[in-house]
Design a protein around this ligand. Structure first.
Ligand code: SF4
Length: 698
């Protein structure tokens, strides 16, 4: 593809303007496409910030498409962070662009295996729960009807919500799949999708699957010219690239999870809604080893006791720590004797259990139709051993490397479960070794990637540039939206400092100001909190006032994210209270969203162990964890929250930041400077409502 081709598509009077009704020429889009093209041509890595409204997906898709046509041996993988963008690219943007350009190539959607229904597991489950499967009201029956007509077999396409219990019984599981020898191989949704991906020249995937593929290649020493989880590919476009570090951190964290342990044990020895006999019961009669079932049951009993003891220890730690995650440092090993003892006992008990399971498997003469049950038993045993290995590694203090060791507790209404985790201190070496050095082109793009520092912060977190000889292109393409006249930023300088955030006067101030501001805007507001506790408290304080004012108040926690967003968009004057994940990915163009209120600057809580360890590592090396990580991460997030407001050229609205540090502290001023320049009149709380009303309706 040449520069000339780019201009032919994106320039004034180009293919898109000619064929796409309502298409508006955007210089930023053209320049971005040219940079992506150059990245392909020079085998470069590039970092591209494309402001909202640039049309970044068309910019990179056009290059990927031309490349597919001119270099049929090559393949581009596009990896997004969210399923929403993945779907939008595959279902909307790609077909639309291909139509307007008048040519196309084969494309495919690639998602993780567990997103597909496994026909074999469904059939087995149906056979075990034969009564239930005949009841038209049962979920199992309805899934059976769906499978008959399903095109993709993706749970996302199942027309209603599927219970976790059934989904985990019937999802594709690589460890349980006999591949070609499965009798349903030809109809298998997952393998059909895999075959389609092999044919495709552009694959739309996600960060998680990209890391799964990269890790498998790394471990098996297989390069990108061969098929692994994904087919061979040499060009990679990472969209929503601001999330690479957090997604990779999550992916590369090893974990012992007490609830997951119990789940594996239950699968071995218990019956369930969909199985009248446990695995042991189904296989036991074919064992040639005397008393083996009893011995396994004894080992399971002992193992559960040890897991329970470890749980008790960890829960006591969490109770002392207000159920916050706990960072464990190597200096503390002297105080961890009880933990080490309990963890070692779990590991030993799991070792004994795994050994018995192996004996059982070796001396079992089960008929062929029970092969899948034997395989499942083996998998359950292996998973228990693997989680126990995390405990062993955790307790081996001499071998601790550049990792973060921490305890986590999760709770829902009914119970709490505990996790012991090992997270890489930095994911940069992994990304460099497994991805950046191995691929011809890596384009990283997002609406939020640069902090007026030429990508220095973001790049340093992901290990770029790793070699000065490798071309590293950088491009910032500003949003075409008119922020100066369409967006008013209000930062009342008399807002109280949030240091003692749960104190009454501060909360009172927030509640009153939020209500008055939302009322002035007539609803249509997204209120972004940094803490769910605060969200709940303010919601409680304001619920009746919202009701009296006739403004629908939606809040995270009341409904799932998807339903909340749909209602917020459909009910034009509603207001949504939300936290973390809503700081990005909310796309509500038009009048639905007239105001974004940022309650507090989005600094990561210092109690987050991975974040804390990373800040400390920077401090230790002579830098400043606050300035080099905490401030930068918060600024990136603020930029994301700010970006929720204007989603189309015609949008107009107000961003209100109720944290006076943004104007009274030097670092606050730095944060403001990273936002697109907008109309920013000086203000006090007193005059807020008039300003909002005048700007929106004056
Ligand atoms: S091939 Fe594997 S994933 Fe597909 S239906 Fe058979 S067991 Fe399930």
């Amino acid at each position: 593809m040449t520069k000339h081709d780019i201009y032919e598509i994106f320039d004034k009077g180009g293919l898109l303007e000619k064929n796409f009704p309502g298409y508006e020429y955007r210089e930023g889009q053209l320049l971005m496409a040219e940079m992506v093209r150059e990245s392909y041509e020079t085998n470069a890595i590039s970092a591209i910030e494309a402001g909202t409204g640039i049309g970044k997906s068309f910019a990179y898709l056009a290059v990927a498409l031309y490349n597919a046509m001119s270099s049929p041996d090559e393949r581009t993988v596009i990896a997004t962070s969210t399923i929403n963008l993945q779907k939008q690219l595959y279902e909307k943007d790609i077909p639309m662009l291909f139509r307007y350009l008048g040519f196309s190539c084969k494309t495919a959607l690639a998602v993780g295996r567990s997103n597909y229904v496994c026909i074999l597991r469904f059939v087995q489950t149906r056979a075990e729960a034969s009564l239930l499967s005949q009841d038209p009201m049962s979920e199992l029956y309805q899934v059976g009807q769906w499978i008959k007509k399903a095109e993709t077999g993706l749970f996302a396409d199942y027309p209603s919500r599927l219970s976790f219990e059934l989904r985990s019984e019937i999802c594709c599981d690589g460890d349980l799949c006999p591949n070609h020898s499965c009798e349903y191989f030809k109809e298998c949704f997952f393998f059909k999708a895999k075959a389609k991906a092999k044919e495709a020249k552009i694959i739309v995937s996600n960060h998680h699957l990209l890391f799964t593929d990269a890790q498998s290649r790394y471990i098996s020493d297989v390069d990108y010219t061969e098929e692994m989880i994904l087919p061979p590919f040499n060009r990679l476009i990472i969209d929503e690239a601001h999330n690479i570090e957090s997604n990779a951190t999550e992916y590369f964290t090893d974990e012992y999870d007490s609830r997951e342990m119990l789940r594996q044990i239950h699968r071995i020895q218990r019956t369930g809604k969909y199985s009248s006999k446990s695995l042991l019961e189904q296989l036991g009669e074919y064992s040639t080893e005397v008393d083996i079932i009893d011995r396994i049951q004894d080992d399971i009993h002992l193992f559960m006791q040890e897991v329970g003891t470890l749980d008790q220890y960890l829960l006591a730690v969490f109770q002392k720590n207000d159920f916050q995650p706990v960072l464990i440092k190597v200096e503390q090993q002297g105080r961890l004797a009880d933990f080490v003892k309990a963890a070692a006992s779990v590991a030993e008990a799991s070792g004994r259990l795994a050994a018995k399971i192996n004996v059982f498997l070796e001396h079992n003469k089960a008929p062929e139709e029970l092969d899948s049950k034997l395989a499942e038993l083996k998998v359950r045993g292996t998973r228990i051993s693997m989680m126990s290995e995390v405990l062993t590694r955790f307790c081996n203090f001499e071998l601790w490397q550049d990792e973060v060791h921490w305890f986590n507790a999760e709770s829902n209404n009914r119970d709490r479960n505990v996790q012991v985790r090992i997270t890489p201190l930095s994911i940069a070496p992994l990304l460099v070794d497994a991805l950046f050095t191995k691929l011809d082109t890596v384009v990283c793009t997002s609406a939020t990637l640069d902090l007026s520092d030429q990508f220095a912060f973001w790049a340093s977190r992901v290990g770029l540039p790793y070699d000065e000889r490798r071309p590293f292109l950088k491009g910032i393409f500003l949003s075409p939206f008119d922020y100066q006249s369409h967006l008013m930023l209000l930062t009342p300088s008399d807002a109280p400092l949030p240091a003692k955030e749960m104190e009454n006067p501060y909360i009172q101030y927030l509640a009153q100001t939020i209500f008055k501001a939302v009322h002035s805007a007539g609803g249509g507001s997204l209120v972004l909190f940094t803490s769910y506790v605060m969200l709940k408290q303010i919601k409680l304080m304001l619920a009746s006032q919202f009701e009296q004012a006739g403004i629908t108040l939606l809040a995270q926690g009341d409904l799932d994210r998807y339903t909340l967003l749909n209602r917020f968009i459909a009910e034009q004057d509603s207001t949504l209270f939300a936290t973390s994940s809503f700081w990005e990915g909310v796309d509500a163009p038009g009048d639905t969203l007239r105001m974004v209120i940022i309650v507090k600057l989005p600094f990561t809580v210092p109690s987050d162990p991975v974040f804390k360890a990373r800040c400390e590592a920077i401090d230790k090396s002579g830098g400043s964890g606050f300035y080099q990580l905490a401030l930068q991460s918060a600024t990136m997030k603020l930029k994301q929250g700010f970006g929720r407001l204007l989603r189309s050229t015609a949008d107009r609205g107000v961003v209100l930041i109720l944290d006076s540090r943004v104007v009274t502290k030097n670092y606050g001023v730095y944060m403001l400077r990273s936002l697109p320049e907008s109309f920013h009149p000086e203000t006090m709380t007193e005059g807020l409502c008039d300003k909002i009303e005048n700007f929106l309706y004056g």
